[in-house]
Design a protein around this ligand. Structure first.
Ligand code: AHR
Length: 525
């Protein structure tokens, strides 16, 4: 048949054919194809739940106002901590909470924060807005918060402006259950039983706000501090050295070479800057696809950073005894207009939620080395889980991602070969799909992200080595616009919904993901 005849015949049958063609062409145009193979009978290593840690610094309204309102506040609270935020954080199953900084930690002196609250000294928070630090949240209050939200404390100790004695005393004050002046002081201040406090950071960004040190000098200081930080009363300390930010690999290598035998982990900080420019980081709301794409592609750099820092560590620690603690990460944007620039307040969009899901996929994939991580920060600061304004509070899209990813806490990582399509924008390209597969309590757990701003993705997963029964607990987070956010007027604009656009036939799971989405599901047998 000639082409002209074909089209004439089409014309005659257009009543029947046109809708069919539109459907077929439309589907193939918008539904890009991706495939993955998951080997479910060959689990790799455990994904430590501590990868899902949080960070709460004395910074802006992160602690004061966001978490702590004081016992006399008319905002409903328990022992000073607001009930709405405590409830939301408890539901998030946070494994550890890092405190009191950040840069603040290296000017924090723990004795300022014990004893009657109205007698505590007022200091200046020199890093974050030069505001008064009235020390209303100190050791006892923070430990009460960890009880309320059921998490483990991760204390960041002062090396920059503190002393070895000060840190040694803090450890004794908190964890010694015998008879000593410091342990008795803790009892006088209301805490009889010694606390269990495993995670201790020894300095923060010691190359920068934590003292502007050289790597050799810090390595020596770390050894000294670590020597006098003792395991009291069965409390075994997990000592985390201050690592570098971004791609400064020499610091990691030097500190691990010189002090590796005394540490359990060394940190890595990486903040996603959509523009790649600290002077002009880009907005957290009202942005176009350019900023959406740029944010996601900058976030994906975490993979290279973790790989390379870990390779440097391999030289002295091929067994991977020392963990990489990615204890600050997330997107950092320009502050919201009209806010104190020192308070680091930003909105949180669907883009940021996908930066979280793709970063967590990277950390999961490296969970043989990355065994603790902390997104910055929990409430009102940077890429927060929760925003508050006076009595109001909302859960951000990033909160919902952390909620989805609880399925991977302490689950076994499953090997995955992902053959993903690409998301191209302005001549640049990133993978269109990111995912993690894990297994726990007999069920396979899967989180999948479609990064593409406009194209839906079909993902066919060949899940080998297990008998699959049915899909359960399937949820999706998505939005119509690349810069969609939750606001106090519309707090559930982006919130999880039931996910149904999948099919399971034998061992083949087919998922259809709309653009800008992340899904979670379990498959039980
Ligand atoms: O999270 C905000 C700040 O970023 C932290 O205080 C510091 O460690 C980092 O530079």
């Amino acid at each position: 048949m000639l082409a002209s005849e074909f089209f004439r015949s089409l014309d005659m049958k257009k009543f029947l054919l046109t809708p069919l063609l539109v459907l077929l062409l439309g589907c193939s145009a918008i539904m890009a194809q991706n495939s993955m193979v998951i080997t479910a009978d060959q689990p790799q290593n455990k994904i430590s739940e501590h990868i899902y840690g949080q960070f709460s610094e004395h910074l802006g309204t992160g602690m004061y106002g966001g978490l702590w309102v004081g016992p006399d506040s008319d905002i409903p609270n328990t022992d000073g901590f607001r009930n709405d935020v405590v409830k939301a954080l408890k539901e998030l199953k946070i494994p550890n909470l890092r405190w009191p900084g950040g840069c603040f930690a290296d000017e924090y002196h723990w004795r300022d924060g014990i004893g009657p609250r109205d007698e505590r000294p007022v200091r200046i928070n020199t890093h974050w807005g030069m505001v008064e630090e009235k020390n209303q949240v100190g050791t006892h209050e923070f430990m009460r918060l960890t009880e309320l939200i059921d998490t483990e404390p991760y204390i960041s100790a002062n090396v920059g402006s503190g002393t070895v004695e000060e840190m040694a005393n803090w450890v004794e004050y908190m964890t010694f259950d015998g008879n000593s002046t410091l342990a008795n002081l803790r009892r006088e201040n209301g805490q009889d039983e010694a606390w269990k406090v495993k995670f201790w950071g020894i300095g923060n960004e010691s190359w920068g706000c934590g003292g502007n040190m050289q790597a050799d000098y810090y390595a020596d200081l770390f050894r000294q501090y670590a020597t006098y930080a003792k395991d009291f009363s069965g409390n075994e300390l997990y000592k985390i050295a201050s690592g570098f930010s971004d791609e400064n690999y020499w610091w990691t290598e030097t500190v691990v070479e010189e002090a590796g035998n005394q540490m359990d982990a060394i940190s890595l900080h990486y903040y996603t800057l959509a523009t790649g420019n600290w002077g002009n980081k880009g907005p957290s709301k009202d942005f176009s696809e350019d900023m959406y794409f740029a944010g996601l592609s900058q976030g994906l750099k975490m993979d290279e950073l973790v790989t390379r820092h870990s390779t440097r560590m391999d030289k002295y620690d091929p067994e991977k005894r020392i963990a990489l603690a990615v204890d600050e990460w997330g997107i950092w944007t320009d502050p919201l207009e009209g806010t104190n620039p020192g308070f680091l307040q930003q909105q949180n969009s669907i883009r940021d939620a996908l930066i979280a899901s793709t970063t967590l996929d990277i950390l999961n994939a490296h969970s043989d080395r990355v065994r603790i991580a902390n997104i910055a920060q929990t409430v009102n600061v940077l890429q927060a889980m929760i925003l508050t304004d006076g009595k109001q509070m909302l859960k951000t899209p990033t909160y919902h991602v952390f909620d989805f990813y609880t399925v991977h806490h302490n689950a076994m990582l499953l090997p995955m070969h992902l053959d993903a399509g690409t998301y191209e924008h302005n001549g640049k390209s990133i993978p269109a799909v990111s995912a993690t597969a894990s297994k726990k309590d007999g069920s396979v757990r899967l989180t999948v992200t479609n990064l593409h701003a406009t194209e839906a993705q079909e993902v066919t997963a060949d899940i080998r080595g297990v008998d699959l029964g049915s899909v359960t607990n399937a949820r999706i987070l998505t939005a119509d616009e690349v810069d969609a956010i939750n606001t106090f007027d519309n707090p559930n604009n982006i919130s999880p919904e039931e996910y149904e656009d999948y099919s399971l036939e034998g061992n083949e799971l087919t998922l259809r993901l709309p653009s800008k989405s992340v899904i979670v599901l379990r498959i039980t047998n």
